[in-house]
Design a protein around this ligand. Structure first.
Ligand SMILES: Cc1cc2nc3c(=O)[nH]c(=O)nc-3n(C[C@H](O)[C@H](O)[C@H](O)COP(=O)(O)O)c2cc1C
Length: 178
């Protein structure tokens, strides 16, 4: 069994990205899936002063441990004004203070979805560019536009998008074997 860490990069309790990441992680063969809820890794807003006064909060170390225990990561990014959500950026910032290469060379299927037609293309592009500097090995990326239309009770409904996604999941599986 492979340990897959599914992350929706949003602190919304109704996060479509968490739902999507969880769905995709469960498509990986022989997978033991853990889904991260950002609300359970709550952190104060990063500040150098707070770090100097109180050190690094435990939740940043917990996130680092969750990544270290994973064989692969399925990360779906929510897009806020073209970029990552404040909650995810904050988690990334605190964690990078413990370990700059926080993604620890784990194979990552990097995704984004949004209710709009661009499917989080902007944030996907930004994070894809950043990942190599932080130890992230993006083996495939995928954007699901129009979440409300293209995702139903049984997952991705559009046949073509479903086939594209399936090919990306295969790439993640192959990266775990390699
Ligand atoms: C402050 C804010 C900014 C947003 N900016 C964008 C955006 O730039 N692009 C986009 O496609 N959707 C944008 N949205 C809509 C989000 O894609 C939508 O809320 C989505 O559900 C977020 O993902 P989540 O459900 O996983 O949190 C924005 C929403 C909020 C609240």
């Amino acid at each position: 069994m492979n340990n897959i860490l599914a992350i929706g990069a949003s602190n919304s309790s109704k996060s479509i990205n968490k739902k999507f990441a969880s769905y995709v992680a469960h498509q990986v063969k022989d997978a033991n899936v853990s889904v991260v809820d950002l609300n359970q890794l709550e952190l104060p807003v990063y500040s150098p002063d707070l770090e100097a006064k109180s050190g690094i909060p435990q939740n940043a170390r917990t996130f680092l441990r969750l990544i270290s225990e994973a064989d692969a990561i399925v990360l779906s990014l929510a897009e806020h004004n073209g970029n990552v959500t404040a909650a995810f950026k904050n988690l990334w910032d605190w964690t990078s203070r413990v370990e700059m290469k926080l993604w620890q060379d784990k194979p990552i299927l990097l995704m984004a979805t949004s209710p709009g037609g661009r499917g989080g293309a902007s944030v996907l592009n930004i994070v894809k560019t950043l990942m190599p500097h932080f130890g992230g090995k993006v083996v495939a990326d995928f954007s699901l536009p129009l979440f409300g239309t293209n995702f139903g009770e049984d997952g991705v409904t559009d046949t073509e998008l479903k086939a594209q996604l399936s090919a990306k999941i295969t790439l993640l599986q192959e990266a775990m074997i390699a």
